[in-house]
Design a binder for this molecule. Structure first.
Ligand SMILES: [Mg+2]
Length: 277
């Protein structure tokens, strides 16, 4: 009797900052071996970040990555034209992409953040308040990258001058106003009701349609990655040494010690080996 084997297509969703990219230098060099392996195996690597479209496009170019991607904490999903063999609903066309929008229009987000500043009196500085020079000096981004980081469409990262109490007040205000708050590892974020998990769900459906049978891996290092990790079959959390393991109710969760491209490389090579993707 001929055996029927189902080909399980693996898809990897990855965060960038502190995960595939070094927290300080933004380099992905130590991840080369795993990146190479993924390419050889034809595994789609979907970049899913709080970064803007223009920032992610830079890394896609450097990584020679032509797969869909998720910008601004799930604000939008970008699918290159001709990438999928079927047609699907989208919100708009932008250059070479079909765009599926989940986020709230940026000017509305700024308006809400501004009202929170006024109502609480807490000193808050968003990316829109910072010059490229200021942003570069607090983030370690080059001036050119800082310019791209300011081209926001669905999410405003910000800093708060204050301690836990101020942060808690701002977080509560954001939620009262019907928006989402997330901590991205370096900045606080205000955004609409989108998150990386919702974006991953959309892409999973599209990939399922394309490949029929898929298995998904997700890898991230921060609280804003948790919705993405909950949406995949194999979540990997990169944990700072001596950091706290987050509460992620997934029986398959792999908590990997260490962050950045070195840890990413090892964790991805491990999972490819273990599940023979
Ligand atoms: Mg991160």
């Amino acid at each position: 009797m001929p055996s029927t084997t189902t080909i399980l297509k693996c898809i990897i969703f990855t965060d960038l900052d502190g995960t595939l990219l070094d927290k300080e230098t933004y380099s992905f060099e130590p991840a080369r071996p795993a990146l190479q392996m993924i390419k050889q195996k034809g595994i789609p690597l979907v970049l899913s970040s709080s970064k803007t479209r223009t920032e992610i496009e830079l890394y896609r170019k450097e990584l020679e990555n032509a797969h869909p991607f998720v910008s601004e904490n799930g604000g939008a999903v970008f699918v290159p034209k001709g990438y999928l063999s079927f047609s699907f609903p989208y919100d708009r066309v932008l250059g070479e992409y079909f765009v599926l929008e989940l986020g709230t229009f940026y000017p509305i987000i700024l308006e809400i953040l501004d009202s929170i500043k006024k109502e609480t009196g807490i000193p808050i500085k968003g990316f829109s308040d910072l010059t490229e020079e200021e942003l570069s000096s607090i983030s370690g981004l080059s001036l050119g990258e800082a310019e791209f980081a300011k081209k926001r469409e669905y999410d405003e990262p910000f800093i708060i001058e204050g301690g836990e109490r101020e942060i808690e007040t701002v977080r509560r205000k954001i939620e009262e106003k019907g928006m989402n708050y997330v901590w991205g590892g370096r900045f606080h974020h205000i955004l609409g009701k989108n998150d990386k998990g919702k974006a991953v769900e959309i892409l999973k459906e599209l990939y399922e349609n394309e490949f029929f049978s898929i298995s998904t891996v997700g890898i991230g290092d921060s609280l804003n990655d948790i919705p993405m990790l909950l949406a995949v079959d194999h979540p990997i959390f990169l944990k700072e040494k001596e950091g706290i393991s987050p509460e992620i109710p997934s029986k398959n969760l792999i908590c990997f010690e260490g962050t950045g491209p070195q840890a990413w490389n090892e964790a991805i090579l491990n999972i490819l080996r273990e599940f023979q993707f």
